[in-house]
Design a protein around this ligand. Structure first.
Ligand SMILES: [Zn+2]
Length: 270
């Protein structure tokens, strides 16, 4: 499932690939995948629109259109947004295609069909439930200490809560907790201030390093050019059950926390 670094990588590719292009038409083959406000026709609304910009919010890619509307895409498990020329083969599992006037296209593919592309009207609030961006200037160690204070939620569950911090999923929650040497089940409010500062640095560091390697392709993720990321090769704990901890050599364990597989080191995460 694409998390912040993967979506950031997709968004960078989309900026290169589609900004400035005009949409000739939308082709929707599976109607639930392309949604619009009641009484708005997705196809009619986007035809003739120009792509003004592309940005990321949490795990969503936001394609800003010239009219002030936006196309907000959630990838869920297996969603992909791939830019291709008319001559390229079609991405497997394509359900929505935006055809541009130059003949190129943006394909929204999703084998499991949980992803969505939503057409948002100008000034329509859609991200009110999303928390702070962890790579924004507002996400300071002090803000993080305040967020965790008094909370009994396991720290890993809190990291995954999109209403608090937007964009962190299972991979980077596991990785950041390992890097900060914090046991995933620790109640968030019980962490010492130095531990919260370590975790803050680990979250920011892990996300930035993953962006620099264009994300992790542990499942189906590919970027906007259809290429996999490289961070899966340097993961410290995620998916490494039974293999030695890169810090202490003891085996990494997999437990289940908040219904999610959780990889960590019993010896050096406390
Ligand atoms: Zn260890």
């Amino acid at each position: 499932m694409p998390e912040l670094p993967e979506v950031e990588t997709i968004v960078c590719g989309l900026r290169r690939g589609i900004v400035g292009k005009a949409i000739a038409r939308a082709e929707i083959r599976l109607s639930k995948m392309a949604q619009a406000a009641p009484n708005v026709s997705f196809e009619r609304a986007v035809a003739g629109e120009k792509v003004a910009g592309v940005r990321r919010r949490g795990k969503y890619a936001v394609i800003e259109l010239g009219s002030g509307r936006a196309l907000v895409t959630s990838f869920r498990m297996t969603g992909r947004l791939v830019v291709s020329s008319a001559a390229d083969c079609e991405e497997r599992g394509t359900h929505v295609v935006l055809w541009f006037t130059d003949g190129s296209r943006l394909s929204f593919a999703d084998i499991r069909t949980f992803g969505r592309m939503r057409l948002i009207e100008p000034r329509q609030p859609w991200d009110r439930d999303l928390g702070i961006e962890p790579l924004s200037s507002g996400f300071t160690p002090e803000a993080f200490i305040g967020m965790l204070s008094g909370r009994r939620t396991p720290i890993k569950a809190l990291l995954l809560d999109q209403r608090r911090i937007a964009g962190i999923g299972n991979i980077y929650a596991c990785e950041a907790l390992w890097e900060a040497r914090i046991r995933p089940s620790r109640p968030a409010g019980a962490l010492t201030k130095p531990a919260v500062r370590r975790l803050h640095d680990a979250v920011v560091g892990v996300l930035n390093r993953a962006i620099s390697l264009r994300g992790s392709s542990v499942d189906d993720y590919v970027d906007a050019d259809g290429l996999p990321g490289e961070y899966q090769d340097v993961l410290s704990v995620y998916g490494r059950g039974g293999r030695p901890c890169k810090r202490c050599g003891r085996p990494i364990v997999r437990t289940v926390l908040a219904q999610r597989g959780t990889w960590w080191c019993r010896a050096c995460q406390r």
